[in-house]
Design a protein around this ligand. Structure first.
Ligand SMILES: Nc1ncnc2c1ncn2[C@@H]1O[C@H](COP(=O)(O)OP(=O)(O)OP(=O)(O)O)[C@@H](O)[C@H]1O
Ligand SMILES: [Mg+2]
Length: 243
């Protein structure tokens, strides 16, 4: 099993969109048994996959001793792709984890899920706290979406510092240029400065994901954006294989 966090300290950079699309690619293209774990109370991943929330707010109960994750996991419309949805109970998770005082609680739960899943993708909230620290400890790779802007560069610095502070054996970071629009000079400059970073174009097909509540690979499989997602997923698999 490999855990992949889609994370930034910055909000609105495309984390949820990328997490959903990568999870779709893992299940549909690589045929991996995949779990998308939404750790942001807004439940964006569930929304984008067309999975409506249950009334009971119990997403945080997965961290309770002896809890059964199978009771919380939902199937999606896509073979091989399951969802661990978020709800409002996640909002206080940071404090709950702090109180538990077990630095690897989330990593333990993740290990428990490894029997069922080959790929676990974490959709992270834009925070820098005990929750993000625990996600980083559970991850084998941290993907950081960066819309080209000076503020994104600062967010990458903050993430890099946080990941390194996890100590020896911390996961590698894969920066990804997100919402890239090469008609804009700032974006062009960012692309030229980082030719090796994977990129996802700014695309109406990606925006449509939130309207149709389907991943771009299902919605517009031949679009440039869908091809970019597939390319990125292939790069992720290669990086995981290298270890
Ligand atoms: N490649 C893209 N092209 C066009 N629009 C995009 C692209 N990626 C993301 N968006 C849009 O940008 C907005 C923010 O995306 P998203 O919700 O995925 O970001 P986020 O980092 O998860 O935000 P938050 O920090 O609030 O969780 C959404 O409206 C989404 O549809
Ligand atoms: Mg999000």
């Amino acid at each position: 099993m490999a855990g992949i966090a889609v994370y930034s300290v910055k909000g609105g950079v495309g984390k949820t969109t990328l997490a959903v699309n990568l999870a779709w690619a893992a299940a549909s293209i690589s045929r991996r048994r995949t779990l998308l774990w939404d750790l942001d109370a807004a439940n964006g991943s569930g929304f984008l996959l067309g999975v409506d929330p249950r009334k009971k707010r119990s997403a945080d109960s997965i961290f309770a001793e002896g809890s059964d994750p199978a009771k919380l996991i939902r199937e999606t419309a896509y073979p091989g792709l399951d969802l661990l949805p978020a709800d409002e109970s996640i909002r206080t998770l940071d404090r709950t984890l702090d109180r538990l005082g077990k630095k690897k609680r989330l990593a333990r739960v993740t290990e428990g899920l490894a029997k069922e899943y080959e790929r676990i993708i974490f959709d992270c909230p834009p925070v820098l706290n005990e929750l993000s620290a625990q996600i980083i400890r559970a991850a084998d790779l941290v993907i950081v979406p960066l819309p080209p802007s000076p503020l994104s560069a600062r967010a990458l610095e903050a993430v890099t510092e946080e990941v390194r502070s996890a100590g020896k054996g911390h996961p590698p970071i894969l920066p990804v240029l997100s919402m890239l629009d090469l008609r804009r000079s700032l974006h062009k400059a960012a692309r030229e400065a980082n030719p090796d970073w994977p990129a996802i174009p700014l695309a109406s097909a990606v925006e449509q994901c939130a309207v149709e509540r389907r991943p771009v690979g299902a919605l517009a499989p031949r679009s440039a954006a869908a091809r970019a997602v597939t390319g990125l997923w292939t790069a992720v698999e290669r990086k995981l294989a290298r270890g």
